[in-house]
Design a protein around this ligand. Structure first.
Ligand SMILES: Nc1nc2c(ncn2[C@@H]2O[C@H](COP(=O)(O)OP(=O)(O)OP(=O)(O)O)[C@@H](O)[C@H]2O)c(=O)[nH]1
Length: 417
């Protein structure tokens, strides 16, 4: 079920705009036009169904932010919207531990709300590690991060911080102070950089605002950013978001570069990278298979290219789920490749034959057309030939399978053990 977002606003236009943004972020809007209505709606729902609330500061039955107190008391992360804001009210709102506030000045601010909403959703699975021996500073940082739904981890020493990084691979951001009981932030940063690049884990160094030397040392030692203390809540969050988005954008680019556009499977280039890494760990006992769809041209010619694409995607799904423990890839056209480290030929041949049979049994359905498909497979466990030697051998077997009737698995002789 999609998480819900409670909107409390007495202006119908605002309600409509915010509800449409919530839907765009793949969330479910729940509307209330007053505090009383919100209390009623909320009392009839499970609190954990809600991701957050978007609350108008001034409502007829809650003129000075009482609706915010209600959502916060109900443990709902809260974004405040308001048509006008003086400095005192702004400070008062931020003191209430809300996520952020939005001035309803123009339509563009809703874009910002849209970004905030999708971030809140994504942040749930992102880990942030705070390495700081000073309790007050550490608590302030983690409380700000939790408001934005991040999973937070705290470390008082450098050693604890490094241990957390080893244990939790969803930590994507580290905030580190320089004064640590067992080390310095700069040293910890250099240890982090030996394990992960700037594009994999972002590091923000904490420095005193007067200490420009330290902030420069952090950056020169591989930090993505620094934060000068004391900092405001809004500046803190802007820097966090900027660094998290940097990591995510790199991840998106990497994924696009490594996957086949049509099927999402790893592409040929990424396949070779993964195989190289796997063969270093398991240099013996490995198998490689080439899988080629039989008479695929006929599917294109008979049912159209879109149906051909659909068939490729469906077969790729089966390849991906069947060989999730191995290294599958789309090699191009109607050909797939699977590399299996740590598996003997006999077991591999059985797995590929089961796969071939399962695929032959599938009834493909596309826009009213129903048809079957089959694959031919060549499998080799040739040792010492390297991956290119294995590919050549698997291709010979594939050719043999095609020439001896298709819908078959051909392979190296299986030696009696
Ligand atoms: N729809 C679609 N077709 C593709 C794609 N890539 C390659 N093809 C088509 O795949 C077909 C491959 O045809 P052939 O190489 O003759 O092989 P086949 O018809 O599968 O015959 P055999 O391999 O001998 O069983 C060609 O018609 C290509 O246009 C793709 O991404 N989408």
């Amino acid at each position: 079920m999609r998480p819900k977002v409670l909107i409390i606003d007495d202006n119908e236009h605002s309600l409509d705009v915010i509800a449409s943004l919530i839907l765009k972020a793949q969330l479910t809007p729940v509307r209330a036009t007053s505090l009383t209505a919100a209390q009623h709606v909320f009392s009839r729902s499970a609190p954990e169904d809600f991701l957050c609330a978007v609350v108008d500061y001034r409502l007829p039955d809650a003129p000075i932010g009482q609706a915010i107190d209600f959502t916060l008391a109900s443990f709902l992360p809260t974004i405040v919207t308001t048509a006008s804001l003086d400095a005192d009210t702004r400070a008062g709102i931020l003191n209430k531990n809300v996520i952020d506030y939005i001035l309803k000045e123009n339509e563009q601010v809703y874009e910002y709300l849209s970004v905030l909403l999708s971030r809140l959703h994504k942040n749930k699975s992102l880990g942030v590690l705070v390495v700081d021996n000073a309790r007050v500073s550490r608590n302030r940082i983690t409380s700000l991060l939790r408001r934005h739904n991040f999973m937070t981890y705290e470390a008082m020493t450098g050693q604890q911080g490094l241990e957390s990084l080893t244990r939790y691979n969803h930590i994507k951001l580290v905030i580190v102070a320089n004064d640590l009981p067992d080390s310095s932030g700069i040293k910890i940063l250099s240890e982090i950089r030996q394990r992960a690049k700037k594009e994999d884990i972002a590091v923000i160094g904490l420095a005193d605002s007067g200490d420009t030397g330290l902030s420069a040392r952090f950056i020169k030692s591989g930090a993505n950013d620094y934060l000068a203390q004391p900092y405001g809540q809004e500046e803190f969050l802007c820097r966090i978001m900027q660094n998290i988005e940097y990591i995510e954008n790199i991840e998106l680019i990497r994924r696009a570069a490594n996957s086949d556009f049509l099927t999402g499977l790893p592409n040929r280039r990424h396949f070779f990278e993964r195989v190289a890494a796997a063969t270093q760990l398991a240099p013996i006992c490995q198998c490689l298979a080439l899988i080629d769809i039989d008479h695929f041209k006929k599917i294109n010619d008979t049912y159209g290219h879109d149906c051909g694409d659909y068939t490729l995607r469906e077969i790729a799904k089966l390849v991906s789920s069947t060989f999730s423990q191995h290294i599958p890839a789309r090699f191009g056209g109607e050909e797939f490749c699977v590399f299996m480290p740590n598996i003997g030929l006999q077991t591999a041949v059985k797995i590929f034959d089961d796969f071939r049979q399962a695929l032959a049994d599938i009834e493909f359905k596309f826009e009213g057309k129903v048809f079957h498909c089959a694959v031919s497979i060549g499998v080799t466990a040739l040792e010492h030939g390297g991956v290119n030697g294995m590919l050549r051998k698997a291709d010979e077997y594939l050719y043999q399978a095609k020439n001896t009737g298709r819908n078959r698995v051909e392979h190296d002789p299986i030696r009696a053990s």
